[in-house]
Design a binder for this molecule. Structure first.
Ligand SMILES: C[S@@+](CC[C@H](N)C(=O)[O-])C[C@H]1O[C@@H](n2cnc3c(N)ncnc32)[C@H](O)[C@@H]1O
Length: 419
């Protein structure tokens, strides 16, 4: 493919991503499968362009006068991110072969805009309401946080399954497979791999045998902070794909009762093979939207772990396309759902037991605001401060972020049920 044809392909992939809800990775892969004439170098160049644009989408759209179509964003990226001159960009837009058509007068005009004219939120590559929220939370550090949140090449973190392997064994195993694992700063059960070149984790023997799982260090840390222990009755109330269920099972050393619940049966079905691979057991329970289905556990659990549905804004470095799907209305809907779920989950906690709230969001509306509402409606639940590994002392509400802890963004708080 010519460089111009690659640009046209990237533009059309960006349009497909914008029109649907699928992860960018899936759309990029599908394009490669449908266009077999593209060689591996073409596919890599096209994917690089797509991700480059997604990480800077707000800025590129602003440069192009608010346009959000793939063609405009790609043209903006050539000028802003690659630093090409107008002549060089025009040479790639002749309309010949499979390349994009000539620049319009408007497009040419937009390329004359100077970067120094950009408003701050545009430069951050995030929607304006997200930047306003980050400013309120991080103060002057907001720009560094926004940058880290949208930065490319997030590492691939592994959690070693302590029931069947030691960190040292797995480290040796990964080295023998030609990889370069590093210890992780906060999680005792973690090893970190670089994402370039991307390792094929699923093909590794140790993965198939359940010696390790892929799990961001932040996700590991919030699970350890929950303090699940052997012989407890633990409910993973929003178990989803089961990533944290497995980590909770590890903390319980396979002893006690672990119940994984969700409102989506298909997600529960997907947990089963992961449990089998890790050699651990959990009961699976389907919940109704109103929390029905778990009545038998009312007042029974030592620990109820609520990994609440959220915007996922803390994981944007892994899914930059989601930044532009975030909308204030949706965040508001999630806030209300989070408060409702916490109220439902609270019923399962026994006297003196613990209720834990976790999100992978950095937005205060899904974190502080949801907990403020829960606390106001549930005075019997007392905050239990915990000490994360990087902190000097206990904190009632713990925030992790790419900029501060080098992990995905997470939020954690624990409560004890009293009278
Ligand atoms: C953040 S995800 C969970 C991720 C999972 N814990 C993991 O570590 O892989 C949130 C989950 O909450 C579930 N959910 C949504 N509404 C719910 C409700 N009303 N009660 C319980 N779970 C709910 C969703 O189906 C989704 O799987």
């Amino acid at each position: 493919m010519t460089p111009a044809a690659r640009l046209a392909a990237a533009a059309s992939i960006l349009d497909s991503i914008a029109q649907g809800r699928q992860p960018a990775e899936v759309v990029v892969k599908a394009w490669g499968q449908q266009n077999r004439y593209a060689g591996s170098k073409d596919r890599k160049a096209i994917a690089d362009r797509v991700y480059k644009v997604l990480r800077a989408r707000g800025r590129l759209s602003w440069i192009m006068g608010g346009r959000e179509d793939g063609r405009a964003l790609v043209i903006g990226s050539l000028a802003t991110l690659d630093g090409l001159s107008l002549e060089e960009i025009e040479a790639l837009h002749t309309g010949e072969g499979y390349g994009p058509g000539p620049l319009s007068k408007h497009e040419r005009g937009r390329l004359a805009i100077k970067d120094s004219e950009l408003p701050g939120w545009v430069e951050a590559g995030l929607p304006e309401f997200v930047v306003e929220d980050l400013k309120a939370t991080f103060g002057e550090g907001w720009a560094a946080e926004a940058h880290a949140l949208m930065a490319p090449r997030a590492p691939i973190d592994l959690r070693i399954n302590g029931a069947v392997a030691t960190v040292e064994d797995v480290e040796a195993e990964l080295r023998a497979a030609g990889l370069s694992p590093e210890p992780m700063p906060w999680s005792p059960w973690g090893l970190r791999l670089t994402s370039e070149p991307p390792p094929n984790i699923q093909a590794l023997e140790g993965f198939k045998a359940g010696r390790f799982e892929v799990q961001d260090e932040g996700s590991q840390v919030v699970t350890w902070l929950a303090d699940a222990r052997p012989e407890m009755t633990v409910v993973d109330y929003c178990a989803g794909g089961g990533g944290k269920t497995l980590a909770l099972a590890q903390a319980m050393q396979g002893k006690g009762r672990l119940v994984a619940c969700d409102v989506v049966q298909k997600r529960l079905d997907n947990i089963q093979p992961r449990l089998a691979r890790a050699g651990v057991e959990a009961e699976l329970g389907l919940l109704g939207q109103n929390g029905g289905g778990a009545e038998a556990l009312n007042g029974e659990a030592d620990l109820v772990f609520v990994d609440a549905p959220c915007s996922g804004s803390g994981t944007l470095r892994r899914h930059p396309e989601e930044a532009w799907r975030l909308k204030p209305d949706e965040v508001e809907r999630l806030h209300a759902l989070q408060v409702r779920i916490m109220g439902q989950a609270a019923k399962l906690v026994k006297m003196g037991g613990r209720l834990v709230y976790v999100t992978c969001s950095l937005l205060s509306r899904e974190n502080e605001a949801s907990l403020d509402a829960f606390e106001a409606a549930n005075p019997g639940f007392r905050p239990v401060p915990v000490t994360p590994p990087w902190a000097e002392g206990p904190q009632a509400r713990v925030r992790l972020s790419p900029g501060s802890t080098g992990t995905d963004g997470f939020f954690f708080a624990a409560y004890e049920r009293g009278e």
